[in-house]
Design a protein around this ligand. Sequence first.
Ligand code: ZN
Length: 283
Amino acid sequence: MTLTRTLIRPSIRFCQSRAQKTPQQTRKMHVHSIPMWTGKGNNYAYLVTDEPTKHSVIIDPANPPEVAPVLKSQIKNGTIDLTAIVNTHHHWDHAGGNNEILKQFGKLPVIGGKDSASVTTTPKHGETFKIGERITVKALHTPCHTQDSICYFMEDGDQRVVFTGDTLFIGGCGRFFEGNAQEMHKALNETLAALPDDTKVYPGHEYTKGNVKFCMAVSESEPIKKLQTFAAQNPQTQGKFTIGDEKLHNVFMRVNDPEIQKKTGKTNPVDVMAALREMKNAM
Ligand SMILES: [Zn+2]
């Protein structure tokens, strides 16, 4: 374990190998959600911890006054050893807290797209790195919302999660600020859709209530009704749904579904994606 620590810190070590599975696993990857600007932007920062080593990364710590106290108390009581900042994209409400976190917590690697504040490492598409001993992270480039958008797929044994920033939301997707429908179609329906169906989704914002309203306007399917009920009863929906669920209740991942094609008047999946985004923007 000592060797691993010296290898990994301070610069997270990048490698192409997959996580080695140990059958005697007892403690697992831990994801701690930190809501930010609740009632306004409804953002999430996420603290991901490799339990055996306590090595942890903080994803999108955009509002230090809400994130730093959590980090400080966990460092103080020995539950985490902060090893890096990770960004999903460069927007201020995701990467805007990097410099303040670096000021308060010392020189940490900043892993993110090329436009993130103080970025030190931009992983290539498909490149993997480790958090501590057990968690393998794979970077997935998903340009569209921004050109530097990266989703992070993490695996610890049979536990799988993906941090999707503003690319994929529960029941929705981000606006096409720096990209087009073709890119979002590829991001959602090729790159993210290829992940195992049991991968839990952790998006950059809690937007589910608004998203499900739009999904219902497009298709009143059973999975969408189920999502609507869940969102009405639960203020937080991050980590509660999987890529498999999104393929059923997220209309942006149903571009090949005849019902959605009829509703948009388009058949080509890229045209369906473009039409859905325009309809949602107008809502
Ligand atoms: Zn954004």
